[in-house]
Design a protein around this ligand. Sequence first.
Ligand code: HEC
Length: 135
Amino acid sequence: MSSPSRNGVAVRPGNGIATVFVLCLLGACAGGKESEVIALTGGNPERGKAAIRAYGCPSCHTIPGVFGADGLVGPPLGGIAKRVAIAGVLPNTPENMIRWLQNPPAVNPKTLMPNMNIPESDARDIASYLYTLVD
Ligand code: HEC
């Protein structure tokens, strides 16, 4: 039997926090460099920044590097690259971030963040920008 975590990234259910920890140790979630966030998400951070404006995220979130993004409805997104959880319910991994962005109420029906019908390609771009936010 091969271990499910042989490649260094744990995949067992319930092991999400450990997964994030492993990613952080590898420098993945702490990196924030453009090449790293592209590798992590398959998205492009510059396009992501534009998409963040286009989808109106700034009206609800304070987002470093995005002009006018000083919304206070949702949590500030500075340092999101290093946070352990997404919205308190998902381990902060690239795939979970992309999933969250695409449809938050599908993850947590009680969340106030709306479903903006974001296609996967845009969600990847947005996630890549968010992972540049290390502080
Ligand atoms: C109508 C207001 C609103 C809009 C628009 C909105 N959000 Fe949110 N967002 C929230 C709220 C409220 C939460 C907290 C959700 C929760 O904890 O259930 C949240 C949570 C998040 C989180 C998790 C933050 C954390 O600290 O765990 C991320 C990431 C996020 N939003 C990104 C975005 C992005 C990117 C956009 C634009 C595509 C966006 N949001 C648009 C209200 C909004």
